[in-house]
Design a protein around this ligand. Structure first.
Ligand SMILES: Cc1cc2nc3c(=O)[nH]c(=O)nc-3n(C[C@H](O)[C@H](O)[C@H](O)COP(=O)(O)O)c2cc1C
Length: 362
């Protein structure tokens, strides 16, 4: 039973047993050599948490406000396309879990059910993520409809101007659900859309037209963070798409400090890439993220047991965060700061699931 997991490792193991190989590789894989993906984990594993003692940690505070909504922990379900591959209820199954636990869902635009149906089915806190696949009029129309449907913010993904090559999928001829259409072959370059010619002017035009907060997802350096803020972006989302787009890129945790410095408190900073454990969340918060997204962990939980497993996964993250925060001598996530993390040697070779070293041992 999904609710019986006492560790995240059990949940991941169950997901691995449950998923066909193609769907498993689609979820865990990255672009080309998968270097960016491994660097996401390496960046976490190169940092140790500093232990402090003799502070009262009998109560620990993990809640944080985001966009005026109280979050039980500062963790969001990152947008995942084709969630219905992992659980038949797709985005709604994940959204119900986010609502039950008390955090935001970011719904992917390439996910079922569609964003308006999902909004009618559940009133949980949600953000809508879009790829600019249509022309500008189409993008503006969708933003207006997302605002009307009650989404609290709009998230434009900007790290996918062209599509990467995911060799795990190509080697098997696996086509992600969103690409399955007549005549489309694995590896064939997709037709260019507005996405390939996105520019900062579009951000400004969106901001001029809509009051809904705007998130730019896929910011990977200080220069772009500064441009995003100067064009009116409300939340800068540091991400490399889980290492699924640019190959040979940096680990996202390595980018976070320079982005936080460049933003300088003028916008909120979201972060994702490589988060598998409560301690990973603590490290990202210490380096200045206001909240973090989880991608593969969400997909793995969905595959392990749908809504109930996603709720349980979030409870386990919360338990891990609370215990380790207390062992750092801190009673609130608001006390985390860059001095709480120190350089360290990784203890094993980093890979997509290296947060779960006991997977094959029991
Ligand atoms: C299977 C899968 C599908 C994804 N689909 C989307 C998507 O539709 N839109 C998007 O902005 N990001 C998408 N992402 C990227 C995630 O939102 C997130 O940035 C990334 O997974 C974070 O890294 P993590 O998986 O290590 O947590 C996807 C990631 C995965 C693993």
């Amino acid at each position: 039973m999904a609710n019986d997991f006492s560790t995240l490792q059990q949940m991941v193991k169950q997901a691995r047993e449950q998923l066909p190989r193609g769907d498993w590789d689609y979820l865990i894989g990255g672009a080309d050599t998968e270097t960016s993906l491994k660097r996401n984990r390496l960046a976490f594993e190169r940092l140790a948490l500093k232990a402090r003692v003799m502070n009262d940690v009998s109560q620990v505070q993990l809640r944080r406000d985001l966009l005026g909504v109280d979050q039980r922990i500062p963790v969001l379900l990152a947008p995942i396309g084709s969630l219905q591959v992992f659980d038949a209820g797709g985005g709604l199954s994940a959204g119900l879990a986010a609502g039950e636990f008390g955090i935001f869902q970011i719904l992917s635009s390439v996910c079922q059910p569609d964003f308006e149906t999902l909004a009618r089915e559940s009133a949980h806190a949600k953000i809508y993520q879009l790829y600019a696949h249509g022309d500008e009029a189409w993008v503006m129309d969708i933003i207006g409809r997302a605002q009307n449907a009650g989404y609290q913010a709009f998230c434009l993904t900007v790290d996918t101007q062209v599509y990467s090559r995911r060799e795990r999928d190509l080697l098997k001829g696996y086509l992600p659900l969103a690409s399955r259409r007549p005549g489309f072959k694995p590896g064939q370059p997709r037709e260019a859309t507005l996405q390939a010619s996105l520019s900062w002017d579009l951000v400004k035009r969106i901001k001029d037209r809509f009051s809904m907060p705007l998130i730019l997802k896929g910011i990977a350096c200080a220069e772009d963070a500064d441009l995003a803020v100067s064009h009116g972006v409300d939340i800068v989302y540091v991400s490399n798409h889980g290492g699924r787009q640019l190959d040979q890129g940096r680990g996202t945790l390595d980018m976070l400090p320079e982005v936080v410095r460049a933003v300088g408190g003028r916008a909120k900073v979201l972060f994702d890439g490589g988060i598998l454990r409560g301690t990973d969340v603590l490290k990202a918060l210490a380096l200045g993220a206001d909240a973090v997204g989880i991608g593969r962990l969400e997909g793995l939980a969905m595959a392990a047991g749908g809504t109930a497993a996603v709720v349980r996964m979030l409870e386990l993250l919360e338990i891990e965060m609370a215990a380790n925060l207390a062992l750092m001598g801190l009673s609130s996530i608001d006390q985390l700061h860059p001095g709480c993390v120190l350089p360290a040697e990784p203890v094993a070779s980093p890979h997509v699931l290296s947060g779960f070293p006991l997977l094959d041992e029991y």
